[in-house]
Write a protein that binds this ligand. Structure first.
Ligand code: NAD
Ligand code: 572
Ligand code: ZN
Length: 362
């Protein structure tokens, strides 16, 4: 079982019939979608669980994106090509690939200029679009990126969150010698740390509420960590950060979505520097905007990523970025419910689901 397209075990979120927000996680057999000319069918290997997957499971929605129909979950993924549509020239059966889950649906001014993340997109596991936590999955060939032999499937799957970090650091124009503050040591704060180091940051301080998460930041190369206490005032945290770094950070990458962390980000960032908003919290956030304005602290948004897979693959293949320590737990596809509960309970950092019954290891 598991190697024939006749059995396509899939992890599907079902909206509950009662008026409860939480969805049910259902494992069911679904047909493998026939590839269009520009698509490929993939045998899935590794799929990471993202905070947004857990959020859709528990709340049935993120903002205006609502789980109305059953939706296959999962968007951090890698697998092997088993069949190609007639127009796919750069891939062949047997190729190992990392899946870029979002692709533009039209050729508008954004996709024409390369910023295709700002176009209307298909995005795996964002309603109404299905994700790829299943045995077999069909995707746009041009958004499947061939992996070199020395990059594993799990590393391939981790390119998705890593892409958020690379895109944030590109937008921040992180450079040689920069002092950097990263708020939050969840998966996204940690991939931002890896990206900022690789782009030449000289000293990086990572903050979090959790000491376990800060230990992981240290393991991944943070120069300093600082544990936030819930009653601390943002201006006081900013002073501490300046003391720790020996100067104010040139760049701050906010990866929590917490209002107090955004406020800290503004107060902490050096005049003329830049604050990147990666974390997504409430729709409306109160911030000391005039403080940012009069010190020319630029505030930039980050929406996923674009053009990051080729860069990420080079960085992983050359060993300049190591994402392997992010993976703390592995579960077979059949135990997806347990894996989601682990992630919900904040155990570990990145939980990987293993979709190939014959390849359950790292
Ligand atoms: P996560 O919840 O695993 O990590 C967030 C971390 O922030 C936690 O470890 C938490 O303890 C810490 N934290 C909470 N309040 C804090 C505070 N005041 N100061 C310091 N640390 C604090 O989430 P994640 O998967 O790492 O994602 C982080 C954020 O990035 C989320 O808001 C997510 O929605 C967002 N995100 C945005 C994009 C984008 O395109 N902009 C993409 C992916 C994720
Ligand atoms: O890996 C992509 C990703 N994007 C996240 C969160 C987790 N993973 N974002 C936060 C939520 N937004 S959204 O615009 N949305 C639900 C489409 O609020 C997307 C980016
Ligand atoms: Zn995600």
């Amino acid at each position: 079982m598991g190697n024939s397209e006749n059995e396509n075990l899939s992890v599907v979120l079902y909206k509950r019939r009662e008026e409860k927000p939480q969805c049910d996680i259902v494992l069911e057999n679904r047909p493998v979608r026939e590839p269009a000319g520009d698509e490929v069918v993939l045998k899935m290997n590794s799929v990471g669980i993202c905070g947004s997957d857990v959020h859709y499971w528990l709340n049935g929605r993120i903002g205006d994106f609502i789980v109305k129909e059953p939706m296959v979950i999962g968007h951090e993924a890698a697998g092997t090509v088993v069949r190609c549509g007639k127009d796919v020239k750069h891939l062949k059966p047997g190729d190992r690939v990392a899946i870029e889950p979002g692709y533009p649906l039209c050729s508008d001014e954004f996709s024409k200029s390369g910023r295709y993340n700002l176009s209307p997109v298909y995005f795996c596991a964002t309603p109404p679009d299905h994700g790829n936590l299943q045995r077999f999955y069909t995707h746009k060939g041009s958004f499947c990126h061939k992996l070199p032999d020395n990059v594993s499937f799990e590393e391939g799957a981790l390119i998705e969150p890593l892409s958020v970090g690379i895109h944030a650091c590109r937008r921040a124009q992180i450079g040689l010698g920069h002092r950097v503050l990263i708020c939050g040591a969840g998966p996204i704060g940690l991939v931002s740390l890896l990206s900022a180091k690789a782009m030449g940051a000289a000293s990086i301080v990572v903050t979090d509420l959790s000491s376990n998460r800060l230990d992981k930041a240290k393991e991944l190369g943070a120069n300093f960590t600082y544990q936030i206490k819930l009653d601390e005032k943002p201006q006081d945290v900013a002073k501490k950060i300046e003391e720790i770094l020996g100067g104010m950070p040139d760049r701050t990458i906010e990866c929590t979505g917490a209002e107090s962390a955004v406020q800290t980000g503004i107060y902490a960032t050096k005049s003329g520097g830049c604050l990147l908003l990666v974390g997504m919290g409430p729709q409306n956030v109160t911030v000391p905007l005039v403080n940012a304005a009069v010190r020319e602290v630029d505030i930039k948004g980050v929406f996923r990523y674009c053009n990051t897979w080729p860069t990420a693959i080079s960085m992983l293949a050359s060993g300049q970025i190591n994402v392997k320590p992010l993976v703390t737990h592995r579960f077979p596809l059949e135990k997806s419910q347990e894996a989601f509960e682990y992630t919900r309970d904040g155990k570990g950092i990145k939980v990987m689901l293993k979709c190939d019954p014959e390849d359950q290891g790292a």
